[in-house]
Structure formats: structure tokens, C-alpha cells
Design a protein around this ligand. Structure first.
Ligand SMILES: O=C(O)CCC(=O)C(=O)O
Ligand SMILES: [Fe+2]
Length: 547
């Protein structure tokens, strides 16, 4: 199936760029403007835009990936809808498992202009000892695993040899793309336009097959050119101008289809690129399941390194709490049901699941058990679940599906702004505390790891935190949801939760939440009303029985 596509002319992007130039948050504004433009174009296309981007329901910084910005033929930019079954960030893992249609693989996954514009080319340059001088460029490599490729080999080299990379660049990368996992960094310096890299692809088997390769570009703008391998007469080359601070993600598997190069040009000034890869750690280590911690080079606080996963701390699961709230929120099931031999589906959440009726969710083949821990943060939910006496009665082998909705009660803690502002629908955020966000995301991941260790044959589906009314909260929620969505790509036991239209369950196509499904008492009430609960229950039951 071909993705839905809209062509946005490069001149249109240019005028949006100048429109946004005066705004404080350029990226956000540009993405938003592009999304609006895309929406207009989709509207003009006349198919209702079913499944296309919904700008407020995704994190601003990730909008580009939803919009799948790519270069098309000539210098136009193609924006394609994310409903394609064949590729796209949403369906990345699906794409790998499906028989692949190479003509549908894009040369790169995501292009975020200017994200790292605060990094300094000069400081990086001063901090870098280039070990290899190809006549065409100078190169320095960092990583515990040596990196060999056609034409060269880089020895392992400690990241601590480059203080600017270690202290400035890596923390910035882990803060902005906390889900991105890498264990190898290449710094390449092109003194001016006379230096270049010829067409090649980064298709070494040592690169984890479902990983992304990320490049940050600093200094003068140079074109990165893509061409299909073997030359496709129907596709011309496409060029992405990489300017100072721009970021580009390519998937490893696009390397089998495309080649890229930075050709010579007339640039007078220097460009340095920093390329991050995820190399396979060892033959025994299944690449899909490499713990992010072991492939993260940074000792800085990050999602993956700030705390050891609780799955590795099983001896110390935290304060054993007997959960007094459990009894009131216990599923309306007797002991017999809990110990029955039917395969079990567990629904675990804070109060968001408190009105789910386990009987209605059950069927002849599946027994539903609802675990609702009102007010629980991700960490607290984890502890309460582990201390829950009902859990101890379950034979883990009988659990084959787990739905987890976690993080709702962490959102306010992640927002820096004062409490009274959080409820304001239009309060302009930029208020996300990245460290707390990172902690919450790793706590959700830890809980998922625990669940996987406990019921190892169960498929775990992590639901999106439901939308709110206030922008500040939605921005945080988008980031949490983006992170948990990424777990699907990283762990084969985490399954996508969404049926195709999931994005529109509780939000409209503009990303605003559908108020008909939420309680209206108080400002920005998080709780679903009856209608909303029924909608959630139907969705869960459908997914549990059909996906
Ligand atoms: O400098 C760049 O952006 C490209 C570098 C590259 O393609 C590589 O190192 O494989
Ligand atoms: Fe490359």
C-alpha cells in the first residue's frame, strides 16, 4: 500500500522557516507550521486525512517523524501520512517483520533542523584528537566496540578522551532524544567544500539491524545526497541540506536500499558531523534486547543510565507495601477466577482503569483481571503491583497479555511551572523537566521489564497516557507516549497497543481531546466519564481479542 503523500515545495518550507525565525522555539513553530500546511493539503486532497498527522497529539519535536518528512524528487519535500503499513516510524517494527518492499523504504527517517544549534563547532574541534586523516576528511572514533567497515577499521576508544562530546554533546542528545540508543560515535571534519565522503551505505552487519543512525551537523551547511542503490530510473537523487545544529536519523535497514554522500562543493568553511550508531555488543546478545543501559555511553543522567532497571534489582523491590487501596479497587472476581486455568489478560493502571469491569472484558477463552491503583505514579504502581496479594495467586505462565497504562500521575511532577498554571489550557509550556521526564520513562520501562521477567510469555502492551486539556500537560504526555511507543522497537515482547485509529480514540484529528469522554468537574479533569470508560473498554477488549 502506498503511503498517502503530500508534496510541500521547498519554497513553501523556506517561507515557513522565515515566518518562524522570529519565534523563540523555532523547531516547535516550524513543525507546527508544517503540520498545518500538511493539514491544509490533506484537506485539499479531499479524503478527509484519515490517519494523517495530528499535530497536537504528538510531541512537537517528534512531529517530523509522524509527518515523515523526506526528500522527494526535485527539491520538494514529501510529507507522508503515517498510516502506511509498510514503513514509517509508527510501523517501524512491523515493517521489518513484513516482507519488505524496497521501493517503499525512505532514505531517512527524520530530519530535525537546528535542534543542536547551541553546540559549538570550535569547542568540539578543540576537544577532538583526530586519529585518521583520510585525504577527504579527518575522523575520530569513540566507543567500546571497534567499528570496521569497508575501507577502514576504528579501534575502541574511550569517550572520556573527548570531554566536549562526553560532557556536552551526549547529555544534550540523551535529553532531547531520550529513547535513542547508541554505543558508537564518529566525528568527521570537512575543512571546506574540497573535502567530502563518497557514496556509501552504513550497512555493516555490526550495526544493530533495527537501529537508527543519527547525524548531528555543525558548522557550514553541506548537502547530504541520497540515491537508490543500483540507480532507479524513476527516482532522482535527493539532497538534504544539513545546517548548523541539524539532526538526521536514517534507519539501518534503509542502508540496504540507499547510498548517501556529502559531495564536494564550494563551501569555504568547516563542517563537523557527529554520527551515532548502535553496534551489536556480542554474538550472544540478541540485538533487539540489548539493554539500553549497556549501550548507552553516557554516565550523565539519562533515561537509560540514571537508575539500574528494577529488573536488575529484584532482590530489592522497594518498600514492601501491603496495598490497602487494593481491596477497594480489587477486580470483582473471586479467588476461583484468579486461579482459573484460562489464559489471563491483565489490565494494570492507576484510577484510569478503576471502572473497567473485568467480567465484561473476559471471554470464554480469556480471563480479564483489572489492577487499578488510584493515584499511583509509575514507580508506586510497580511497588503496589508487586506487593499485591492477588498477584501472588496468579500463575505467571497463564498470563499471555498485559495492558499497562502508566504515567498519568507523573505528569504534573514533570511540569516545572506553578500549579495554578498547569490547568490553563493555552499556557505555553516549554516547562518540561527533562530529568524528571527521564526518571518517569525509565520507571515505566522498569515496570515493563519486571512484568516481562515475571510473566515471560506475556505480550505487554503499553497504552498511551490519555490526553488532557492543558498544553503544558499534553506536551509532557506526548513525550512519555513517544518514549513508550519506542519500547516496541526495542523489545520484542512489547507489542504495539494501537489499533489503527487509536490516535483518534480520545483526541480529534487536531490533537485536542474529545471532551465528551471526560469528566467535567474541576479543571482539566483526567478521568473518563461513563462514555469514555466504555470506549476504553471496547478498545481494550478489541485489542485483547483481535491483535
Ligand atoms: O558527514 C556526514 O554527515 C556523513 C558521514 C557518513 O555518512 C558516515 O560517516 O558514514
Ligand atoms: Fe554514512
Amino acid at each position: 500500500m502506498l503511503p498517502m503523500q503530500c508534496v510541500v515545495k521547498s519554497s513553501e518550507i523556506d517561507s515557513l522557516k522565515s515566518l518562524c525565525a522570529s519565534k523563540t522555539s523555532k523547531i516547535y513553530q516550524l513543525e507546527r507550521q508544517i503540520a498545518l500546511l500538511l493539514k491544509e493539503k490533506v484537506a485539499a486532497r479531499g479524503d478527509g486525512g484519515e490517519g494523517d498527522v495530528s499535530y497536537d497529539s504528538v510531541s512537537p519535536s517528534m512531529l517530523m517523524s509522524y509527518a515523515n518528512v523526506c526528500c522527494g524528487t526535485s527539491d520538494d519535500i514529501l510529507l507522508s501520512g503515517s498510516t502506511s503499513k509498510c514503513y514509517g516510524t509508527d510501523n517501524h517494527s512491523e515493517a521489518v517483520h513484513q516482507s519488505r518492499d524496497d521501493s517503499l523504504i525512505r532514505p531517512f527517517e527524520m530530519y530535525n533542523p537546528g535542534v543542536f544549534c547551541q553546540l559549538s563547532l570550535d569547542e568540539l574541534d578543540a576537544s577532538t584528537a583526530y586519529s585518521q586523516n583520510f585525504s577527504s576528511r579527518s575522523v575520530a572514533y569513540y566507543g567500546d566496540i571497534p567499528y570496521s567497515y569497508t575501507g577502514g577499521e576504528h579501534q575502541a576508544n574511550s569517550i572520556s578522551a573527548n570531554p566536549y562530546l562526553e560532557k556536552v554533546v551526549i547529555p544534550a542528545v540523551t535529553a532531547i532524544y531520550p529513547w535513542f540508543c547508541f554505543n558508537s560515535i564518529m566525528v568527521a571534519k570537512y575543512i571546506n567544500g574540497s573535502q567530502s565522503i563518497p557514496f556509501h551505505s552504513d550497512n555493516e552487519p555490526s550495526i544493530v539491524s533495527q537501529s537508527s543512525i543519527m547525524t548531528i551537523s555543525l558548522g557550514t551547511t553541506r548537502n547530504l545526497i541520497f540515491q537508490p542503490k543500483g540507480g532507479d530510473p524513476y527516482m532522482s537523487e535527493s539532497a538534504v541540506p544539513l545546517g548548523h545544529g541539524d539532526v538526521l536519523f536514517m534507519s539501518r535497514f534503509s542502508q540496504d536500499v540507499y547510498e548517501h554522500s556529502v559531495p564536494k562543493d564550494f563551501s569555504k568553511n568547516t563542517r563537523i558531523s557527529i554520527t551515532f550508531r548502535k553496534l551489536i555488543v556480542s554474538n550472544n546478545c540478541r540485538s533487539m534486547e540489548i539493554n539500553a543501559e549497556s549501550c548507552n555511553m553516557s554516565s550523565q543522567p539519562s533515561l537509560t543510565s540514571s537508575q539500574p532497571p528494577i529488573s536488575q534489582q529484584r532482590e530489592n523491590p522497594g518498600p514492601p507495601q501491603s496495598d490497602s487501596k487494593n481491596s477497594s479497587s480489587a477486580p470483582k472476581l473471586g479467588l476461583n477466577n484468579v486461579t482459573s486455568t484460562l489464559s489471563k489478560t491483565l489490565y494494570i493502571s492507576s484510577s484510569m482503569f478503576s471502572h473497567l469491569d473485568s467480567k465484561k472484558l473476559s471471554s470464554k477463552t480469556q480471563e480479564a483481571l483489572v489492577f487499578s491503583y488510584p493515584g499511583a505514579t509509575a514507580k508506586n504502581m510497580h511497588y503496589r503491583f508487586r506487593a499485591d496479594s492477588r498477584v501472588k495467586e496468579i500463575s505467571p505462565g497463564s498470563v499471555d497479555k498485559i495492558f499497562l497504562l502508566c504515567g498519568t500521575n507523573d505528569v504534573d511532577n514533570i511540569i516545572n511551572s506553578p500549579k495554578q498554571l498547569r490547568n490553563k489550557v493555552l499556557y505555553q509550556s516549554e516547562q518540561c523537566n527533562m530529568e524528571r521526564l527521564a526518571n518517569t520513562c525509565s520507571e515505566i520501562e522498569d515496570f515493563a521489564h519486571y512484568l516481562h521477567g515475571w510473566a515471560s510469555s506475556a505480550e505487554i502492551r503499553i497504552l498511551k497516557v490519555l490526553p488532557r486539556e492543558s498544553k503544558a500537560r499534553n506536551e509532557v504526555i506526548n513525550k512519555i507516549n513517544f518514549y513508550t511507543k519506542g519500547l516496541v522497537d526495542r523489545f520484542n515482547w512489547v507489542k504495539p497497543c494501537q489499533i489503527v485509529k487509536d490516535r483518534f480514540l480520545f483526541a480529534n484529528d487536531l490533537g485536542y481531546r474529545k471532551s465528551a469522554f471526560f469528566k467535567t468537574d474541576g479543571d482539566d479533569n483526567v478521568h473518563l466519564n461513563k462514555l469514555g470508560t466504555a470506549r476504553l473498554a471496547n478498545h481494550l477488549k478489541f485489542t485483547a481479542h483481535n491483535c
